[in-house]
Design a protein around this ligand. Structure first.
Ligand SMILES: C[S@@+](CC[C@H](N)C(=O)[O-])C[C@H]1O[C@@H](n2cnc3c(N)ncnc32)[C@H](O)[C@@H]1O
Length: 281
């Protein structure tokens, strides 16, 4: 099951709440929501504030979830979201997507429904037995599918201890502990060099700072999946132009294989991924 955006309000929700809410507010009830495992993220208009707990309770009962959160923002270096608990309280869940089990705390760990295509794509591009280094692993968002579906070997680096806990649990839940090795360190301190067939750079805003480290982890010829956020006015040259410039400084040639938009990040700014083949000169 994917992190779902549901388009139509369930008739049962409307039926129950139309008896309890002032008539004018019923049409403001959320028609879209995101479900991650058995936790619901519900965007709620300010007009519904006085009724928020009862609304959340009805959505929880009808949709069969244990906890309802109100949507907030993702911020900071660790990309943690901000949520208000409206119903229930337990925000730890297991979300199943594309045959991969992700254990996470929805209130504290980012899991973006908009990134689903990229998670599925990573399962498709991986090769059995290749060594992947996931520099910004999170809970294994991008690299678990590579191990689960393709038998890729993965070194998954995640610096945040709380997120790391779920990375480890997800590895065991998917029974890929023989393929995936998690490291709870800052990737800048990862000691091995010249080892990876493929490097994942699933990070935004400051990803360019990590290009030299990614090159040192990569074999003399390797593929790097380079994510970054890019102002629209700099596209389509960016972000590849910056990547190639830094790669050349460090003695590598870079060839763009593919470029995809993941999602809108902010007004006029896009989250983009470029697949780059690098060669040591
Ligand atoms: C935005 S999440 C992305 C998860 C996944 N790569 C994806 O694209 O869906 C980025 C993760 O990188 C971790 N992180 C940030 N800087 C890091 C660093 N220098 N070394 C290791 N992990 C880092 C954060 O804690 C966070 O869990």
């Amino acid at each position: 099951m994917r992190a779902r955006r549901t388009q139509v309000i369930k008739p049962r929700i409307r039926e129950i709440l139309s008896k309890e809410l002032p008539a004018g507010l019923v049409n403001l009830l959320p028609k879209h929501w995101v479900q991650i495992g058995d936790v619901l993220i519900l965007p709620l208009r300010p007009e519904l504030e006085p009724y928020k707990h009862r609304i959340a309770e009805v959505y929880a009962e009808v949709l069969g979830v244990k906890t309802v959160l109100r949507k907030g923002h993702i911020h900071g270096e660790t990309r943690k979201p901000d949520y208000e608990v409206l119903y229930g309280g337990d925000t730890v869940t297991v979300h199943v997507e594309n045959g991969v089990k992700y254990k996470l705390d929805v209130a504290k760990v980012m899991f973006s429904p908009a990134n689903v295509k990229e998670r599925v794509r990573m399962a498709e591009v991986a090769r059995p037995g290749e060594l992947v280094v996931d520099m910004f692993a999170g809970i294994g968002h991008l690299s678990l599918p590579m191990a689960v579906h393709k038998g890729a070997r993965v070194i998954a680096i995640e610096k945040d201890p709380y997120t790391f806990r779920f990375l480890v649990e997800s590895i065991w839940l998917n029974n890929v502990q023989d393929l995936m090795t998690p490291y709870n360190i800052d990737n800048r301190n990862f000691p091995a060099e010249n080892i990876a067939d493929r490097v994942l750079m699933g990070y935004v805003v400051k990803t360019a700072e990590f290009i030299p480290k990614a090159l040192s982890i990569a074999k003399d010829e390797a593929i790097i999946h380079y994510h970054n956020t890019v102002p629209e006015r700099l596209m389509p040259d960016e972000p590849f132009a910056t990547f190639r410039g830094i790669a050349r400084e460090y003695g590598y040639e870079a060839e763009k294989l593919n470029e995809l938009i993941i999602k809108r990040y902010a007004p006029g700014v896009w989250h983009v991924v470029v697949d780059v083949r690098v060669f040591k000169r």
